[in-house]
Design a protein around this ligand. Sequence first.
Ligand code: FMN
Length: 186
Amino acid sequence: MSAVFAVSGSPSERSRTSLLVHHVIERLSLTGFDAAHLAVRDLPAEDLLHGRADAPAVRAAVDAVALADGLIVATPLYKASYSGLLKTFLDLLPQSTLTGKTVLPLVTGGTRSHLLAIDYALRPVLVALGARHVVGGCFVLDRDIEPGAAGGVTLAAEAELRLFDVLDHFIEALPAAGASLAPSLP
Ligand SMILES: Cc1cc2nc3c(=O)[nH]c(=O)nc-3n(C[C@H](O)[C@H](O)[C@H](O)COP(=O)(O)O)c2cc1C
């Protein structure tokens, strides 16, 4: 089964973006994927700001990205773009880190007016890092994500449907899943 690594870039302690990713990771784990989540805010801030790619925690995070078959990149919308915190981490990835990986962008925001930021802001930087297969992303309004009991999350029904639809496409596009769908030669 493919390995999926998720990186979320909210500086907020009670991040809705993180909750959303947690929800997705839970779903992937239940389906049998080897799935893990890194909130960039948990990396040492000084290492991020000083661009220390060789700091142990940063190196471990970069290695986890490199080893994954699929990457989920999640961010809140800040000023009609992805967060600066996410960028501090993306800047530490070697140039072609995302080559051969399937990438799923997830974005949360306060208004639908900025949902195109997935395509004009986030997608170009993922492509610049080598990603050739960035599947259609998912934008979820902050008010549609509610913290639930025991660290869980409740999503508005419409958002949940869209999210799981996008997730199905992501799973289908993962390298291992793609191989199993290919017709076998006689
Ligand atoms: C500094 C700042 C800038 C924001 N800019 C935007 C924006 O341009 N467009 C938008 O839709 N939401 C914007 N928001 C709202 C957040 O994107 C939204 O509440 C998001 O879900 C927060 O995610 P988080 O809880 O993971 O931090 C902004 C919030 C903050 C704090």
